[in-house]
Write a protein that binds this ligand. Structure first.
Ligand code: BTN
Length: 246
């Protein structure tokens, strides 16, 4: 699928703008909305996403899939895998924190916010990614969780355009393969990026409350099984996890 880019120097949020303008997008292409800065960048669970000018990547991939497609929950995982592949291109070793936080040295370098709307009898996917590229240490410290950037890890400045170009190439190929063959072809790759957290003690957050457990295993559909301290093993397909020491 061809990618058409719409770029802003400043926008409230590339996801919000995409949602408001979806009806003008070409249904047979991917519309990529990017910005140098966002005034109201959004993260998962209604969190704020720090989006200062010119340092990072703020991008939203928009495309339509069939209304009856049941595996759309895997789409953010495909972007997470594509982002890891992109980071590897610069000789860094990324990991994923389930489901789709991108980490370097155990600190968050990127996050994905996927939203879905119904449009013209199809599902409109709004798939946003924020990736910290040249964000310096002073700014990273202001983020409410351990965070890093490509610059902070490699001690060199990156060309945001180059990172975006490689990400687009990887994502375009992977999403095409996913839409044709499903998630099974990506499962082992996804497992490898998650590997470090499997078997570890975690907090699980479902958007409302937290529970302690151990990340037991990954299922073929991308969901995980958590062995909760209550003694129950439960399959979860949404929410987020944090590692814990004890
Ligand atoms: C997360 O909470 O980890 C997800 C963060 C997603 C941030 C990106 S930046 C581009 C796009 N526009 C937004 O407002 N959010 C996403």
């Amino acid at each position: 699928m061809e990618i058409i880019n719409i770029h802003f120097s400043e926008v409230d949020s590339t996801n919000t703008w995409s949602r408001q303008n979806y009806s003008s997008f070409d249904r047979n292409k991917i519309t990529l909305v990017t910005a140098d800065s966002q005034t109201a960048g959004r993260g998962r669970f209604n969190r704020y996403w720090k989006s200062p000018a010119g340092q990072n990547l703020y991008a939203t991939f928009n495309f339509c899939v069939a209304l009856d497609r049941s595996d759309i929950g895997n789409i953010p995982l495909i972007l997470a895998i594509s982002t890891c592949e992109t980071i590897e291109n610069f000789d860094l070793i990324p990991q994923l924190k389930w489901p789709n936080d991108i980490l370097l040295s155990n600190k968050k370098v990127g996050g994905i916010l996927c939203e879905v709307i119904e449009i013209d009898n199809m599902l409109g996917i709004i798939l946003g990614i924020g990736l910290n590229i040249n964000m310096p240490d002073e700014q990273l410290k202001l983020i409410d969780q351990p965070a890093t950037s490509l610059f902070n890890e490699k001690k060199m400045m990156f060309k945001t355009d180059l990172v975006l170009r490689i990400l687009c190439e990887n994502f375009e190929k992977n999403i095409q393969d996913f839409l044709k063959d499903g998630f099974s072809v990506f499962l082992e790759k996804y497992r490898t990026y998650l590997q470090d957290s499997i078997g570890k003690k975690i907090h699980y957050y479902n958007g409302i409350s937290r529970e302690n457990g151990v990340l037991h295993s990954l299922n073929p559909d991308g969901s995980i099984n958590i062995f909760f301290d209550s003694g129950e093993i439960k399959k979860v397909s949404s929410g987020e996890i944090y590692s814990r020491e004890s």
